[in-house]
Design a protein around this ligand. Structure first.
Ligand SMILES: [Zn+2]
Length: 469
């Protein structure tokens, strides 16, 4: 076994992954638009990409991972090329330069990534630093007859690309009579999109550049096509992003790239993660609900408890963030750390016969389209399995953590006001072993002893949770 199988949005099925160049996987991830703080929901795309990159490396592949930072050209109504540029708007409203705004939120995003144990990508590329590459690609499209000019910009002519609707599998034609406020007039087809926008007359922009067509700024989609191919080649292996990008942003990236470069498929595997939803409520500072990673830290959660929360759901499923769910993830994480800490000092060689089937199960979970919940559950199983020698548990947890990224064996269990205590974890594990052996007398005796010191037990799908009452 041990082929990495991934769900490919392009073909709508799971496929064994084979890189174009043997031994080397090239991956591009749509990164943040840095006009505001990157909230918890924005961390799911990068957590997902991290799991993917770690899985690819587990198979022995060399990986080149590129992420962009959008710091220009993303309009407030990006699906119809209307509204204000998000960066310009944020700069105007805060009285700062667009560059300062971008720098602040890029830094916050990078810091949060690092706190979530996400290594920096091999290439981090900013749209404003790749204007010539974007202009060059628009020129290619123009030379091949895929673009046309309107009063406010240069547009891509989607009718010239017969495969346009293929990727998303939807008719790009809006329903009869549908018209959208703010829609650019003169477009040949509603799905046509801006490649280059002219700076509007009388509007002073901070971010604008000269181009063969006039002063202005790039459309949002072109940056991803231009930068990904610059760093990964004209065809590459995997492109990731949020599921909301399938219909417009990624469809448009494909149209531009396949037409400009004469390739198909431009990207072999497209992978999309679903959202974190916030209990039906809009997430905002003013509502006082959780917003950025620091808010969780301020509430006493270690950052990696959020990574643990993320690992509890498969990336293609929506995940509901609630205080309860976060608190449960925090407890689960601390319990796992406590169990791992109990074997941290274990010496001696692991029992290979016992470890091999567990290692295989772990790889099978990871290689089945990155099944994090299953992999995490197995880590919990190993951590509390009193039947496994401590050295074996320690070795397996170290291996598993290369993918999970939870600092299981390296980190000290968090201290203040939390429920991690290796002695109690060991007693709970002992009670579990007794229960498994149907030795109810021992199990009850341990439970009573714990109760006497104010520790109560409750069952959960991941095993028992203990708390001090
Ligand atoms: Zn993109």
């Amino acid at each position: 076994m041990s082929e990495l199988v991934l769900y490919n949005t392009r073909t709508r099925r799971k496929e064994a992954f084979r890189p174009l160049e043997p031994g080397h996987a090239r991956v591009y991830t749509c990164g943040p638009t840095v006009y505001s703080a990157q909230h918890l929901g924005n961390m799911r795309p990068v957590l997902f990409a991290d799991l993917l990159v770690r899985a690819l490396r587990m198979t022995g592949l060399q990986v080149t991972h590129v992420i962009n930072v959008t710091d220009v050209g993303h309009l407030t109504q990006d699906d119809i090329d209307a509204g204000e540029d998000k960066m310009e708007k944020a700069a105007r409203e805060s009285g700062r330069s667009a560059a300062d705004v971008a720098a602040e939120y890029t830094r916050q995003w990078l810091d949060d990534r690092r706190r979530l144990n996400i290594p920096d990508p091999d290439v981090l590329c900013r749209a404003t630093e790749h204007i010539p590459e974007q202009i060059a690609m628009i020129r290619q499209l123009e030379d091949k007859g895929y673009s046309y000019r309107l009063e406010d910009g240069i547009y891509f002519d989607t009718a010239k690309f017969p495969r346009y609707a293929e990727f998303a599998g939807v008719d790009p034609e809006p329903a009869d009579g549908e018209s959208r406020i703010g829609e650019v007039s003169g477009k040949r087809h509603p799905a046509d999109f801006a490649l280059w926008k002219f700076a509007a007359r009388g509007v002073q922009r901070q971010q604008e550049w000269d181009s063969p067509w006039g002063r202005g700024f790039p459309g949002w989609h072109i940056e991803c096509s231009a930068m990904s191919t610059k760093y990964l080649g004209e065809r590459f292996d995997i492109h990731t992003g949020g599921v909301e990008h399938v219909r417009v942003h990624h469809t448009n990236e494909i149209a531009q790239s396949e037409c400009a470069l004469d390739v198909h498929p431009w990207v072999q595997v497209w992978m999309h993660e679903d959202w974190i939803v916030f209990e039906g409520e809009k997430m905002s500072k003013s509502l006082g609900n959780i917003y950025v990673l620091q808010d969780l830290v301020d509430q006493g959660h270690p950052p990696l408890a959020f990574r643990y929360f993320f690992l509890q759901a498969h990336y293609r499923k929506q995940q509901n963030f609630q205080d309860d769910a976060m608190a449960a993830a925090d407890r689960g994480y601390r319990r796992l750390l406590g169990q791992a800490a109990a074997v941290r000092e274990a010496e001696g060689a692991p029992d290979e016969a016992a470890a091999a089937p567990l290692r295989e199960r772990f790889r099978a979970a990871v290689f089945d389209d990155l099944n994090a919940p299953q992999a995490l559950a197995l880590a919990g199983e190993v951590a509390r399995d009193a039947g496994l020698a401590p050295a074996t548990r320690r070795a397996l947890l170290l291996e598993f953590d290369a993918w999970l990224g939870l600092d299981l064996v390296a980190a000290d269990p968090p201290t203040a006001e939390q429920e991690a205590d290796p002695r109690i974890d060991a007693l709970v594990a002992e009670r579990e072993a007794a229960r498994a052996a149907r030795d109810w007398a021992t199990a009850d005796r341990i439970r009573d002893a714990l109760a006497a010191e104010g520790v109560t037990l409750e069952d959960s799908p991941d095993g028992p949770i203990w708390r001090r009452s």
